[in-house]
Design a protein. Structure first.
Ligand code: XIL
Length: 357
């Protein structure tokens, strides 16, 4: 859609439109005014906000001491996700003993920078405390433990967390249920229970289920589609579907991403790209970085094309603090800024996509 047909332009009227044309043609205002114009919308967060979307980043507590890093983190993004500090092992290290210090630190950082927060994550098979995984639980016991964990954490962050990844990574690649502690002990009903308990504790928070390898239409995203249909029919408080989008150049781009986002929107759900990175086999070459930029551009465009895709979060913003090299040896260079905090082609590609339309 050409920008001149957007309602905001129409409302400018003739004088405003003329002024806008003159500025666009470079005949009014001069370089200083143009620089000012660029300055007002120079962050990814600002540009996304013009579309009614957010652009966010994950972060982790140890790196909050790097002031060159926090300067960009606090400035560039409208949404923050704690990469680790709201997970179960961090928040309930001993049964019934909660520790929100690290999560609070991230929330405080976001508040100070007028950023929103995505809470990550309440129910997941990874990064669970030893007390929870090292013994057997009856269904009744585990239900009590799970409800207490969810409600204590969600209550603690009530009004401070915009959206929760309530359940993370519930399905296998083929769309069958992941045999997690929760599934094995409680059956698939644990998802509806978790959502209801979270909703009770903070009725205003948006509640998501979240997973990786669900960007394309396929068995795994189909499983979420069926689950979402069911939960909606049962009036379970599910508001969004999070697509982590940990992509890798060697596995190909999920070309059905936009269609996939659209089908969840039609179910009445928000969608979000929640943990984006695009890794590659090292060393990074100019060619790979260019391809990576194309992918970042395409996924940004896909989100902007679907009204209910509410935002994009990168899983940290600089290659210096990416989780990829540690978890995928030999791979890396996955984020839009390099290890020296210099913007990569991917950064410019995201900007281009956000500036369009
Ligand atoms: C990762 C963190 O970034 C690492 O620091 C941690 O050691 C392991 O977890 N999917 C998720 C995230 O939902 O929670 C994971 O985060 C990355 C994969």
């Amino acid at each position: 859609m050409p920008s001149t047909t957007r309602p905001s332009r129409l409302r400018l009227g003739f004088a405003g439109a003329l002024a806008a044309l003159l500025v666009a043609a470079g005949t009014a205002g001069g370089p200083a005014a143009q620089a000012g114009e660029q300055h007002r919308a120079k962050t990814l967060g600002d540009l996304a906000q013009r579309h009614g979307r957010y652009f966010g980043s994950a972060t982790d507590n140890p790196v909050l001491t790097d002031t060159a890093y926090t300067k960009i983190l606090g400035h560039e993004f409208g949404m923050i996700t704690p990469g680790n500090s709201m997970k179960w092992e961090a928040t309930e290290p001993r049964q019934g003993v909660f520790d929100f210090t690290k999560g609070d630190e991230v929330v405080e950082f976001a508040r100070a920078n007028r950023q929103k927060v995505r809470g990550h994550t309440l129910v997941w098979h990874n990064q669970l405390p030893g007390w929870l995984t090292s013994r057997q639980w009856t269904a009744d016991e585990l239900r009590t433990v799970l409800k207490n964990h969810i409600q204590t954490e969600v209550r603690h962050y009530r009004g401070k967390v915009y959206a929760w990844d309530v359940v993370n990574e519930a399905f296998n690649e083929d769309g069958t249920w992941r045999e997690s502690l929760f599934y094995k002990t409680l059956g698939p009903g644990y998802i509806a229970d978790a959502l209801r308990w979270a909703h009770e504790a903070d009725p205003k928070a948006k509640l998501y289920v979240n997973d990786y390898n669900v960007e394309a239409v396929g068995p795994k995203s189909d499983a979420y589609y069926a689950l979402a249909q069911q939960l909606k029919a049962q009036r379970v408080p599910l508001h969004g579907f999070g697509l982590q989008a940990h992509l890798a150049l060697q596995y190909g781009y999920p070309t059905t991403l936009e269609d996939n986002l659209r089908r969840f929107a039609r179910l009445g759900l928000d969608t979000a790209l929640t943990e984006v990175d695009v890794r590659m086999l090292l060393p990074a070459t100019e060619e790979k970085l260019a391809q990576q930029a194309d992918w970042y551009r395409d996924l940004t465009k896909a989100c902007l094309a679907v009204r209910r895709c509410v935002g994009i979060t990168v899983w940290d913003w600089t290659d210096k603090y990416s989780w990829i090299p540690e978890f995928f040896p030999g791979e890396g260079a996955a984020l839009p800024w390099d290890e020296q905090f210099a913007p990569k082609p991917a950064y410019h590609a995201i900007r281009d996509a956000l500036k369009r339309r």
